[in-house]
Design a protein around this ligand. Structure first.
Ligand code: UT7
Length: 319
């Protein structure tokens, strides 16, 4: 039997134990807790130990094991695993390949892809397409980053924002046509390449960001793609029970919600404690919201992100 759409069975997330506060950063670069709090809403972030080997594979495997347990799915039932990351431990083999073997999957279709902060949403779109087409039955989507290894720790414009973490979701076909991934929207614009990037082969390879430029585009583009996804499934902003935007900066999060006229009580924001974990930010926020009982049977959840590329995406999910 074919499926109309995929559903999210579970989400799980893992962050390093090690916490870096704004006060710690005050000792590293010319900044202040006050500036970071006011401009970004971030108070602390989790950072992998410098000496740790293969942190993305390690944290990612933990997140996948937890997500599979929550879903009641055995590792050998997973036929597909995709990982959205811009900070892999290796160019190859892919993070997805390594995680799959580490958690005990049986030779799944597995690969990484690059869509920066939109990584989790792009992964949901892949999973949905694979399940609807019949290519896959059980898909694990991983969004994970070890950005602490890609930032210039002397650049106060980026090192105060970016952080480490991993999230994973398990998806299967939805028996109920009204539940699961109801609609998605995604597009990219390579003409904005220079506002946010990470080179591969320069002498120094660290994240470069024109913060103000990214900020300006992020608000309208995330709001617009969310509206498009809602239109595609015949819903309106009023139908949304919970809004989980990419956790980039609290000013962006609040401005997107305000642009969409989504009330604060429907907004998920945890950037204060985790910083900007790029492709991991949505599953980390979703995991917390689910554990807190903010996602229930029947909840309509809207997700949206914007990342380097630029990549833009959104998804409307009914649980
Ligand atoms: O994850 C997806 C992609 N990323 C984003 O969505 C991030 C988008 N951008 C942002 O979040 C913000 O642009 C930042 C938080 C990165 C920067 O905030 P801003 O309000 O846009 O500040 P700015 O870059 O315009 O800088 C304002 C001033 C500058 O000083 P002058 O030129 O006015 O004297 C900066 O040099 O603040 C200075 N500044 C800092 N001061 C203290 C920049 N970074 C810092 C800092 N501490 N960490």
């Amino acid at each position: 039997m074919g499926f109309k759409q995929a559903k999210i069975l579970s989400v799980s997330s893992v962050v390093p134990d090690n916490v870096l506060t704004n006060h710690d950063l005050e000792k590293m670069v010319d900044t202040s807790d006050e500036w970071i709090t006011k401009r970004t809403g971030i108070k602390q972030r989790h950072i992998a130990p410098k000496e740790m080997k293969d942190p993305l594979i390690e944290y990612g495997s933990k997140a996948v094991v937890q997500a599979l347990e929550k879903a009641g799915v055995k590792p050998d039932e997973v036929d597909t695993i995709v990982c959205g990351t811009i900070s892999p431990d290796y160019f190859f083999p892919s993070t997805a390949c390594s995680i799959a073997t580490k958690v005990g999957c049986n030779r799944p279709f597995a690969f990484d892809y690059t869509s920066a902060c939109s990584g989790f949403i792009y992964g949901l779109i892949l999973a949905n397409s694979f399940i609807v087409s019949g290519q896959s039955k059980t898909v694990v989507v991983v969004g994970g980053e070890i950005l602490s290894r890609c930032v210039d720790w002397e650049d106060r414009g980026t090192c105060i924002i970016f952080a480490d973490g991993v999230g994973a979701a398990v998806l299967q076909g939805s028996d109920d046509p009204n539940k699961g991934i109801l609609a998605t929207d995604a597009n990219t614009d390579g003409s904005f390449k220079d506002i946010l990037y990470l080179t591969a082969w320069e002498e120094k390879n660290t994240i470069v960001m024109k913060g103000k430029e990214v900020f300006k585009h992020a608000i309208s583009l995330m709001a617009n793609t969310t509206r498009t996804s809602l239109e595609k499934c015949g819903l309106t902003v009023d139908d949304v029970d919970l809004f989980i935007p990419h956790q980039a900066n609290v000013r962006i999060i609040n401005a997107v919600a305000s642009n969409l006229k989504i009330p604060m009580e429907k907004l998920v924001s945890n950037v204060d404690r985790f910083g900007n974990t790029s492709s991991a930010s949505i599953p980390i926020a979703m995991d917390e919201a689910w554990q807190e009982g903010r996602i229930k049977e029947g909840s309509v959840v809207a997700l949206t992100a914007l990342g380097g590329g630029i990549t833009i995406g959104s998804a409307i999910v009914r649980f």
